[in-house]
Structure formats: C-alpha cells, structure tokens
Design a protein around this ligand. Structure first.
Ligand code: GLN
Length: 194
C-alpha cells in the first residue's frame, strides 16, 4: 500500500482536488505542515494565486522542503497557479516572485489577457484521451519548453498548456473544477505508482 497523495492546502482550490481523489477512491490528504509533506507519495499544487501560495509556503516553512522533495524525486502535479509554482522560469510575475521549480519551462502568468481570461475547451491529452475537458481561469501559458520537458497538451493553435518531465506534470487548466478526473487518475497511475 503506497502512502496517500498530498494536496498543498495553503490557498486556492485544494478542496476540489481532494474531492477528485475521493471520487477516484485514491487516498489523499491536505498538506499544510512539514510532517504531512514528509508522509505523502505525491504532491498536487492547486490552482489559486501563485504569489500567495509562494508567500504562504515561506511563512509555513514549507518552501524549501517542497523544493527539496521535488528535487529528491517526489512526484508532483501542478494545475494553473500550481504550474506556475513548478516552472523553472516565469514571466509577468510580481517583483521577486519565487517558484519551487522542477519543470524545464518558461511560464507566462495571466497569458490570456482580460477579454478571454476564462474559457473551456476540449483538447487532446497525450496518453489520456483525444477529448479532455479543460477549464482555463486567468490561466498561464507555457511559452518555452526546454529539452528536459515534453509537451502533452496544446491548444488547437499550438500554444502549449501541458508538459511532463519524468514524474512531474504541469498543466495550465483546471480539471478539478469540471469533473474531468482522468488527469488525476493518470498522475496517480503513471507518475505516483509507476
Ligand atoms: N493567475 C493566477 C496566478 O498567477 C493563476 C490562476 C489560477 O490558478 N486559476 O497565480
């Protein structure tokens, strides 16, 4: 029996992520403390506000432990703000904004501008399905993909919205708000239990 997966629960839509795992019958716990982080088999970084998640991670003494856990091989899955937190480099961040890093990508915050800042679309997701339902909410874009990362999801016009790098997965959108549970299933089966 593997340990439960964790959902970083400092800010954002962590409850929705916990509910996805509950629907899937996958044991999951909220991570707010170091001891909880040390007990999980994988970690989800939820959507929300990346600047706040970063600051709270510092305040709760979780920032460096999360960086170390990722570098030490803990499987991670970031959605939206969580993707921003996993990017090795970001653009349009606030001054001094920090990320945990782990994905060899450049991510642009709030890349869709005001008019189209929220929308839903079906898109192909490599290894999962031809039609995965994706909700974008003030979403970031992956503007550069380095050699260590591979594209798993793009919009029709080619803009990259999902990458995988070993056992690290980052996507621009929010499967957890629309009942699109297959990406969490994939994270658990292919990256946590692999
Ligand atoms: N715009 C947010 C940020 O910069 C991300 C939005 C989201 O997670 N839905 O962190």
């Amino acid at each position: 029996m593997t340990n439960p997966v964790g959902v970083l629960s400092l800010q954002g839509d962590f409850r929705e992520h916990l509910q996805v795992f509950e629907r899937l019958g996958i044991p999951a716990i909220a991570v707010k403390r170091r001891a909880e982080l040390d007990s999980v088999s994988g970690l989800v970084l939820p959507g929300g506000e990346s600047t706040t998640i970063g600051k709270l991670a510092r305040i709760f003494d979780l920032f460096n432990p999360i960086v170390d856990a990722i570098q030490g091989g803990l499987p991670v899955f970031g959605t939206c703000a969580g993707l921003i937190m996993l990017a090795d480099q970001i653009t349009d961040g606030i001054v001094g904004q920090e990320t945990f890093g782990g994905l060899d990508v450049v991510v642009q915050r709030n890349a869709f501008g005001n008019q189209l800042d929220s929308f839903e679309v079906d898109l192909p997701f490599q290894g999962i399905a031809e039609h995965v339902h994706a909700a974008f909410i003030r979403a970031p874009l992956i503007t550069e993909v380095g050699p260590a990362a591979s594209v798993v999801a793009s919009l029709e016009d080619g803009r990259v919205v999902g990458v995988v790098q070993g056992n690290r997965l980052g996507i621009s959108f929010h499967p957890e708000v629309t009942g699109e549970d297959r990406i969490h299933r994939y994270f658990y089966d292919a990256l946590v239990c692999a």
